[in-house]
Design a protein around this ligand. Structure first.
Ligand code: NAD
Length: 268
């Protein structure tokens, strides 16, 4: 298979290999994307606030002969985000791809959620994207590049969970994506979003199973809710990210691409 990101430098925020107990083969979106980018020749700068999780990603990439620079940073801290991007440019002399994958779900509507939780959800899910773009765009503008923002199907549809802070913050990610796509199109920077649907990642065991009470039932319910009869995997999301990051997507800009087995088209 042709390597589609040869000679490119990619920074992946939220690239850690999740330590959450999950079934064999169930990996997080950021991990799968970092591994896939590296398999396709990218020099990957893997960023996560969780050092142990980053170690897992580093080991997976380097064991397969890939190039990975792990950087511990919290996307809610502008100075740490700036330092992570500066590190990528210092080590590799260029930056081509920025993948913004960090996101958290907080269950609860206005009467359950505290104002602090609402605000921090927006900080982690949307302002983090603003921070990464703020520091990365000057480097991307040197020779063009791609920004991929991981949104969610929940940004455009009710997906069965009461988490308006998540949905609204991801909707903001979509609009931020479009705005930047148009603002920087003539500088050779493409900005696209991925809207994963029901994906089988460790996150769902940590953040949703508790609410549901029964992880297996939650898993079966999510499989059944997917038009294909199964949830997507992190590799499905990673393959979409690979395409959007690659030159094959050179004329694709400002899209919000569902990766959901068709769930977005379903009305009943
Ligand atoms: N799993 C799904 O079904 C699903 C569906 C739609 C969208 N998504 C989106 O996909 C993305 C990744 O989801 P996932 O399931 O792989 O999640 P995950 O929690 O497994 O992975 C996210 C990574 O981000 C890191 N992280 C969290 N907060 C951070 C911070 N403040 N700074 C730096 N790193 C931080 C975590 O340590 C983790 O390694 C999220 O944006 C999520 O909203 C997931």
């Amino acid at each position: 298979m042709a390597r589609r990101l040869d000679a490119k430098t990619a920074i992946v925020f939220g690239a850690g290999a999740s330590a959450v107990a999950a079934p064999e083969g169930c990996v997080s979106n950021g991990f799968a994307t970092a591994v896939t980018f590296a398999e396709h020749g990218a020099r990957v700068v893997a960023v996560d606030r969780d050092e142990a999780a980053l170690r897992g990603t580093y080991q997976a990439i380097t064991a397969a002969g890939g190039d990975c620079t792990p950087v511990v940073a919290d996307v809610t801290d502008g100075a740490q985000v700036a330092a992570a991007i500066a590190r990528a440019v210092d080590v590799h002399g260029r930056l081509d791809i920025v993948h913004n994958n960090v996101g958290v779900t907080r269950l609860g509507g206005p009467t359950e959620l505290s104002e602090e939780d609402w605000t921090s959800t927006f900080d982690i899910n949307v302002t983090s994207v603003f921070r990464a773009c703020r520091h990365a765009i000057p480097h991307l503008a040197e020779r063009g590049g791609a920004i991929i923002n991981v949104s969610s199907l929940a940004s455009i549809r009710w997906t069965g969970y009461p988490y308006p802070a998540y949905s609204a913050s991801k909707a903001a990610v979509n609009q931020l994506t479009q705005s930047l796509a148009l603002q920087y199109a003539d500088r050779g920077i493409r900005v696209n979003a991925i809207l994963p649907g029901l994906i089988h990642t460790p996150l769902i065991y940590q953040q949703l199973a508790g609410e549901h009470g029964d992880a297996e039932a939650m898993r079966a319910e999510r499989d059944a809710s997917s038009p294909t009869g199964r949830m997507g995997s992190a590799w499905d999301v990673a393959n979409a990210a690979l395409f959007l990051a690659s030159d094959e997507a050179a004329y694709i800009n400002g899209v919000a691409l569902p990766v959901d087995g068709g769930l977005h088209a379903k009305a009943a």
